[in-house]
Design a protein around this ligand. Sequence first.
Ligand code: ATP
Length: 267
Amino acid sequence: KRIGNSLDQETPAVRFHDVGGLDNLKEIIRMKIVKPFINPGLFDRFRKKTGGGILLFGPPGCGKTYIAKATAGECNAKFIPVHITDILDPYLGMSSQNIKDIFANARAKKPCILFFDEIDTVGYNRSKLSSEHMRPIVDHLLAEIEGIDSSTDKLLIIGATNMPWDVDSAFKRPGRFDKTVFVPPPDEAARISIFKLKLAGRPVETIDYELLAKATELYSGADIDNVVEVATENVIHEILSSGKERPISMKDLSDAITSTKPSTIEW
Ligand code: ATP
């Protein structure tokens, strides 16, 4: 069974400086994950407990997967995304085998970060999935997670969800996903830095980043990425038909903003 995307299993080139905003979250991850990972001796000498994973929650497109990848980049570790469909199989025996395979694959690839997306879909709090069927799967997954000795295994877990209230409480106990952190929609300052990151290296006229940020309230990082893509595509289109090259202007970006909608509105 294919687990994750093979490209994703490389050490990601993304680092914290590629993630706009989320300064608190970066600090939490630095202390809980990155520092113990790259400096286990110090934590050991001070008998400081390490291990356990982080559960990221928040609206879609605001950087949960992106910061998890950047964490792997900071740790110089591979990034292995695991989706519910990599685990669940109509045959219980196969689900169990999938879980074994996922952790065996991770151990073979360490140092690495296992990223469990939509962790809310595994567990008992979801009526649409039979609790009976889920129990052994959850227990097996928890046993594997608790079997990780992060100092010697060089294997870390990060979970993500849009629906923290649906996450099985068993996942949130100590030694499991024991720290839950909100990944908020970007505020104005964060939107400025996301625009700067996404426009970096592209030919641009003078850009009023503050104005762009003010015009994109409730836009997620993914929405801003899309705005920049739309503006760029339109400019390239124009250049191809006119034969005259010009940089991306404020007007191109404003038009792209007008033609798109924020996606975090309902959060
Ligand atoms: P979902 O809940 O839908 O899985 P998510 O929170 O995991 O969403 P990401 O996949 O991390 O969202 O974000 C999608 C894309 O949006 C990223 O690949 C990145 O290009 C961009 N993005 C989101 N947030 C940020 C940010 N804070 N800084 C820079 N880029 C961002």
